[in-house]
Design a protein around this ligand. Structure first.
Ligand code: ZN
Length: 361
């Protein structure tokens, strides 16, 4: 029952969207060339990027990424900033990537450098994402850390010096290494995204988060936009950690079904994403969207920086001033918090069902 409804909504959304969308895939780019375009003039180092199957490339020389504190604050969410730039630690079992099992690369949230592969991820039981080895030894630097009065080894991104977590040697009664990570210091890039050749100048990569009803069709609307590098569906804006679909659907967690959009800001602007957001749902119906009823289906924009907040508020005011809707806009505009990636079967759901590709002609 849910499928037929969602597919129907998806059809309507895609039809409305067809005039705007141009279904082209981004052309493949050379990661070394991308890297060379970033942060010119800073000290060079040798790192490895991910190829289309997620394997390390040959080592390439790139400049370090150096930004001011204000620039990092503008780029990162408060949580990402606190951990990656402020050497914070997220609470155990509270990170959004703890249970991610999909094939792909975990890259630096600050600069995009590949840090770990899903191949090396294992469940350590500690409550933090754990890996047995780095994606490439060159990409991680280690630093002696006595901040807790005992010797630990801090790990940092070699390219931008972001704090990532710690590495423990011989931990948990095994001989293997355990790289213990903060989810908020990383961005997960699915292998399917790498396979599509969608690489970008990491300095231009931004994240946007929208809720506009059932996340199946909302993801489908955004994921084909030129300039959108990847999308994932999940839960955000609620009170509990690591929510399941069932918990969110029972309306007790406060989360909204949402889509996190990673985009190349040199190819698609936040204003363009906002336009797609407004045009593909009804922002006046409060805690419902069509036949879907409950706060999990509310309309919401979760902004990641002050510029996104200002743009969202301005766009909403413009629509209100223009009298675009008969009823008041109920869209929530709030700061982005932890985004909990939804269960794998919800990711690119309509595409998996064949519903999306059949609706465009
Ligand atoms: Zn980095």
């Amino acid at each position: 029952m849910r499928l037929s409804k969602a597919t129907r909504v998806g059809v309507a959304a895609l039809a409305a969207f067809s005039a705007l969308a141009v279904y082209v895939r981004l052309t493949s780019a050379d990661p070394a060339a991308d890297a060379a375009a970033v942060g010119g003039g800073a000290a060079a180092l040798s790192v490895r990027f991910a190829d289309k199957v997620g394997a390390p490339t040959d080592a390439v020389h790139v400049p370090k990424v150096v930004k001011s504190d204000a620039e990092w604050r503008a780029q990162l969410t408060a949580e990402q900033y606190e951990i990656a730039r402020g050497k914070g630690t997220e609470r155990a079992f509270c990170g959004g990537l703890l249970k991610t099992k999909e094939a792909g690369i975990y890259s630096c949230v600050s600069c995009g450098l590949p840090l770990f592969s899903s191949d090396a991820k294992f469940d350590s039981g500690t409550g933090w994402p754990s890996f047995s080895q780095a994606f490439a030894a060159e990409n991680i630097t280690e630093h002696a850390d006595w901040s807790l009065g005992m010797p630990r080894t801090e790990i940092l991104c070699a390219r931008c010096d972001a704090h990532l977590g710690h590495v423990f040697k011989g931990a948990l009664g095994t001989r293997r290494l355990r790289y213990c990570l903060n989810s908020a210091a990383m961005r997960f890039v699915p292998l399917t995204t790498l396979a599509a050749g969608e690489t970008a100048d990491v300095a231009q990569i931004r994240t946007a988060t929208f809720a506009a009803g059932c996340f199946w069709h909302v993801e489908e609307v955004f994921r084909h936009l030129p300039g959108v590098l990847s999308t994932q569906v999940g839960y955000t804006g609620g009170a509990t950690k690591d929510p399941t679909y069932e918990a969110v659907s029972s309306h007790v967690t406060g989360h909204a079904e949402a889509v996190e959009v990673t985009y190349d800001s040199s190819r698609v602007g936040y204003d363009d994403l906002l336009k797609v957001f407004w045009e593909n749902h009804d922002p006046t119906t409060g805690d419902r969207q069509g036949a879907d009823v409950g706060a999990n289906y509310r309309s919401a924009i979760f902004f990641h920086d002050p510029q996104q907040k200002a743009a969202a508020l301005a766009a909403m005011k413009q629509l209100e001033d223009a009298g675009a809707y008969d009823d008041p806009i109920t869209t929530q505009i709030a700061a982005a918090g932890t985004f909990w990636r939804a269960e794998e079967y919800h990711q690119q759901y309509l595409e998996k069902q064949g519903g999306a590709s059949c609706t465009t002609n």
